[in-house]
Ligand binder design. Structure first.
Ligand code: 3HC
Ligand code: NAI
Length: 647
C-alpha cells in the first residue's frame, strides 16, 4: 500500500498520508510527499492542496527509529522547503498531534486548519535534540519570539484553541476536518495569499530578552543540554537571515542527534512505550475495570483512590472506624482542593471527583467491585485480616491487590480464596502524581490478572514495571544499596553535603541525605528494627545513630542536617559530626563526578543482581523505575543505560 495517496475534489487536491501507527516521517514517506508536490504542481486543474492524515493522528514527527542511522535524502528541511515553494498553496488539516517534523511540515504549508481536539508542538528537546527542519526558524515568524521560545524550549504541545490564539494555526474546526479544510482552501483562494512563512519578518524582542530567557531555560532544564541549544537557534533565527539560521539549526540538530543525552532520551522514549504492553502477556485479555475499592485511607490509600477517581472509576474507601473514614475522605478532599488551587480542576470537577468516593467501614460495600487495592498499615497480621474479609465479601473474580512496600506478597496472599486473582500493585507517594507502578505477581497470579495490572496502569496513565518478589522489589532494593553506598562514602570521610551536591550536579533533584531528611529517617529505621527483632543480622547504619538521637529529618528540626525553624534549607550539622565522629575517617575530598560515578555504579550493580535473579525482566525496566520513582535524571537514561559500557 502506498504511504501517500492523491485524490481530487474539483480544484482541490487532497494528499493523504497513511503510515501507521503515527505517520512518522520515514524516508519512504518523505519520498512519497516529495513526489506528491510534483504531481499536484503538474496538474493544471489543481489550485490548492489539502494535506490530510489517516489514522489516529497527523504526522507525529521524524521517525525516531531512524535517528541511529545516517540521514538519507530527501531530507526533511528540503521537503518542507519544497512544500512551501510549491506552485499551489498547501493547507495542513491537523487532527491528533502535529509534532516535531510533523508541525514543521505544517509550517511549510501556507495555512493550518486544526480539529478542536488536536495539538501542535515541537517536542524535540524532550528527545535531546532541537527541531531539524526549520522549527526554530519558522515558529518565531509565525507566532512571535516569546511564543516560539515557550514552544521550542519546553517541548510542550499546545491545544488547538491556544495554538490559534498564538497564531500557530489559522482555523479551528469541529466535525468533518477534511470537508472543513477543503472549504477553507476554496475560501482562501478568493483572496491574495499571505507570503510563505520563511519570507515573513520577525519583530525583535525587547532589550535583555535573551539573557533573561537563558537564565530561565537553564534553570528549568536541570542539566539537560538541548533546551539551551534550542534557545540559541531561536536567537539566530531572529538575528540572522533565514538561510543562515536554517544552516545553524540543522548543524545543531545533527550534532545533538549523535549526543549521549539524545541516545539516553531515545532509550527512555522507547522504554516508556514498550512498558505498558509487555510481550509475554500478548493474547491475555485483561479483566474489566469498572469500579474499585481501596482499603486504608492514609497517605497511600487516599492517593490511590484519587488516581482511580481521576481515571473515572467509582471508588469505595474502607477504613477502620467512622473517624478514620472521615480522615480518609478529608485526605482526598485535600488532594482535590490542591488540584483546584493549581488550576488542574474546576471546583465543580473536584466536587464530582469526591462525590464518586463512598467512604465506609462496611466491607459489604465491596461486593460488586472489580478490583480492591489494600493500603493499610505495613503489618502482616493487619493485612491478612483485611484479605480474609475481602475473600469473604468480594466477587470470586474480583482482582485483589496489596500495596505493600516490603512484606512478602506470598504471605499476604496465603489463605485468600482463588489466589490466582491476587497480585502486588506497588504505588509511589504521592500515588496520584508519581508515574511508576511496580506490578508484583505471586506464583499463583493468573496471566489475565497480571494483564489487568498493566491495564490499570494504562487507565491511570502510569508507567508499569513488573517486579519479582524480594525485599523492596526493584526500586526500594536499589534505594537501599544507594543509601548504603552514600553512607560508605561518609564513613570514608567525604562530607555529607559533598555527596548531596555531587548527586544534584549529576541531575538529581536532591542528594540521598537531603531526600531522607525530607521523607523522614524513621521509616527505614523501623523497618530495620523490625528485621532485627525478627532475628535478622542487620548492621547498624549511620542513619540508625541519628534516629536513636531523635534526629528523624526535617519534621524533627534535623536529620543529616540542621534546619532553622520553618526553613527547608539544609545546614551542615555540628551535632551530627559529633554523633558520628567515632565512625568516620578523617575528612577527605572526593571529586563530585567521582562521587556520582561511584553511586551510580552501585545502583547499576544492584540492578544487574536484580536482573540476574529474574526480579526485573529487562535493564530498561530498571531505568524506568529509577526515572519515574526516584528522580533519576531522565536525560541520563537511568543507571543501566548510563553504565552500559562499563565492565
Ligand atoms: N517515531 C517513531 N515511532 C514513533 C514515533 C516517532 N516519532 N512516535 C510514536 N512512535 C511509535 C511508538 O513507539 C509506538 O510504537 P509501538 O506501538 O510499536 O509501541 C507507536 O508509535 C504509538 O505511540 P504511542 O503509544 O506514544 O501512541 P499515542 O497515541 O499514545 O501517542 C503521539 C501518539 C502523541 C504522537 C506520541 O506517540 C508521541 O508523542 N510521539 C512522539 C512525537 C515526537 O517526539 N516527535 C518529534 C520527533 S523528533 C523530530 O520530529 C525531529 C525533526 O525536527 C527533524
Ligand atoms: P498510613 O499510616 O498513612 O495509612 C494507613 C491507613 O490504613 C490508615 O489510615 C489506617 O487507619 C488504615 N488502616 C489500618 N488498619 C486498617 C484496617 N484493618 N482496615 C481499614 N483500614 C485500616 O500508611 P501509608 O503510608 O499510606 O502506607 C500504607 C501501605 O502502603 C503500607 O503497606 C506501606 O508500606 C505502603 N506504601 C507506602 C508508601 C509511602 O511512601 N508511604 C509507598 C508505597 C507503599
Amino acid at each position: 500500500m502506498s504511504l501517500v495517496s492523491i485524490a481530487r475534489l474539483g480544484t482541490i487536491a487532497t494528499v493523504t498520508v497513511d503510515n501507521p501507527p503515527v505517520n512518522a516521517l520515514s524516508q519512504a514517506l518523505r519520498q512519497g510527499l516529495w513526489e506528491a508536490v510534483a504531481t499536484c504542481d503538474a496538474d493544471p486543474e489543481v489550485q490548492a492542496v489539502v494535506l490530510l492524515c489517516a489514522g489516529r493522528t497527523f504526522i507525529a514527527g521524524a521517525d525516531v527509529a531512524e535517528f541511529g542511522t545516517p540521514p538519507v535524502a530527501p531530507h526533511l528541511p528540503d521537503l518542507v522547503a519544497r512544500i512551501e515553494g510549491a506552485a499551489k498553496p498547501w493547507i495542513a488539516a491537523i487532527h491528533g498531534s502535529a509534532l516535531g517534523g510533523g508541525f514543521e511540515i505544517a509550517m511549510g504549508c501556507r495555512f493550518r486548519v486544526a480539529l478542536d481536539s488536536a495539538s501542535v508542538g515541537l517536542p524535540e528537546v524532550t528527545l535531546g535534540i532541537v527541531p531539524g527542519a526549520g522549527g526554530t526558524v519558522r515558529s518565531p515568524r509565525l507566532a512571535g519570539v516569546a511564543a516560539a521560545v515557550e514552544l521550542v524550549t519546553t517541548g510542550r504541545p499546545v491545544k488547538a484553541a491556544r495554538a490559534q490564539a498564538l497564531g500557530l494555526v489559522d482555523a479551528v474546526v469541529t466535525g468533518d476536518l477534511a470537508g472543513a479544510a477543503c472549504a477553507f482552501a476554496r475560501q482562501a483562494l478568493t483572496r491574495p495569499l499571505p507570503p510563505p512563512i520563511s519570507r515573513r519578518a520577525i519583530a525583535a524582542p525587547e532589550a535583555g530578552f535573551w539573557t533573561a530567557r537563558e537564565a530561565e531555560v537553564a534553570k528549568a532544564a536541570k542539566g539537560a543540554g538541548a533546551p539551551l541549544r534550542a534557545l540559541s537557534c531561536l536567537r539566530r533565527a531572529v538575528e540572522a537571515p533565514f538561510a543562515e539560521a536554517m544552516d545553524f539549526e540543522r548543524a545543531t540538530f545533527l550534532e545533538l542527534r549523535g549526543s549521549e543525552q539524545a541516545a539516553a532520551l531515545r532509550h527512555v522514549f522507547f522504554a516508556e512505550r514498550t512498558a505498558p504492553r509487555p510481550r509475554h502477556l500478548a493474547g491475555h485479555e485483561p479483566l474489566p475495570l469498572r469500579s474499585a475499592g481501596v482499603v486504608g485511607g492514609g497517605t497511600m490509600g487516599a492517593g490511590i483512590a484519587a488516581a482511580l477517581r481521576d481515571a473515572g472509576l467509582p471508588v469505595v474507601l474502607i477504613e477502620r472506624d467512622a473517624e478514620a473514614v472521615a480522615r480518609g475522605i478529608a485526605n482526598l478532599q485535600a488532594i482535590f482542593d490542591g488540584a483546584v488551587k493549581r488550576g488542574k480542576l474546576t471546583p465543580e470537577q473536584a466536587a464530582a471527583r469526591l462525590a464518586g468516593v463512598t467512604g465506609t467501614t462496611e466491607y459489604a460495600a465491596l461486593a460488586g467491585v472489580d478490583l480492591v487495592i489494600e493500603a493499610v498499615f505495613e503489618e502482616i497480621g493487619v493485612k491478612r485480616a483485611v484479605f480474609a474479609e475481602l475473600g469473604r465479601v468480594c466477587r470470586a473474580d474480583a482482582v485483589l491487590a496489596t500495596n505493600t512496600s516490603y512484606l512478602d506478597p506470598r504471605l499476604i496472599a496465603a489463605g485468600v480464596p482463588n489466589p490466582h486473582r491476587f497480585l502486588g500493585l506497588h504505588f509511589f507517594s504521592p500515588a496520584n502524581v508519581m508515574k511508576l507502578l511496580e506490578i508484583v505477581p505471586v506464583p499463583d497470579t493468573a496471566p489475565a490478572v497480571l494483564a489487568t495490572g498493566f491495564a490499570l496502569a494504562r487507565l491511570l496513565g502510569k508507567i508499569p514495571v513488573e517486579a519479582g518478589i524480594c525485599e523492596g522489589f526493584i526500586g526500594n532494593r536499589i534505594l537501599k544499596r544507594y543509601r548504603a553506598a552514600a553512607e560508605g562514602l561518609v564513613r570514608q570521610g567525604v562530607a555529607i553535603a559533598a555527596v548531596d551536591a555531587a548527586m544534584r550536579a549529576h541531575g538529581f533533584a536532591m542528594g540521598p541525605f537531603e531526600a531522607q531528611d525530607l521523607g523522614g529517617l524513621d521509616i527505614a529505621f523501623l523497618q530495620r528494627e523490625g528485621a532485627r527483632q525478627a532475628g535478622q543480622a542487620v548492621p547498624e547504619t549511620l542513619g540508625d545513630v541519628l534516629v536513636r538521637a531523635g534526629r528523624k529529618g526535617q519534621k524533627t528540626g534535623g536529620g543529616w542536617y540542621d534546619y532553622a525553624p520553618g526553613e527547608r534549607r539544609p545546614q551542615p550539622s555540628p551535632a551530627v559530626a559529633e554523633l558520628l565522629s567515632s565512625q568516620l575517617a578523617p575528612a577527605s575530598a572526593m571529586a563530585p563526578e567521582a562521587i556520582a560515578q561511584h553511586l551510580v555504579g552501585e545502583m547499576a550493580a544492584e540492578g544487574r543482581a536484580i536482573l540476574h535473579e529474574g526480579i526485573a525482566r529487562a535493564p530498561a525496566d530498571i531505568d524506568l523505575v529509577e526515572i519515574h520513582g526516584y528522580g533519576y535524571p531522565r536525560w541520563r537514561g537511568g543507571p543501566m543505560f548510563e553504565t552500559r559500557d562499563r565492565a
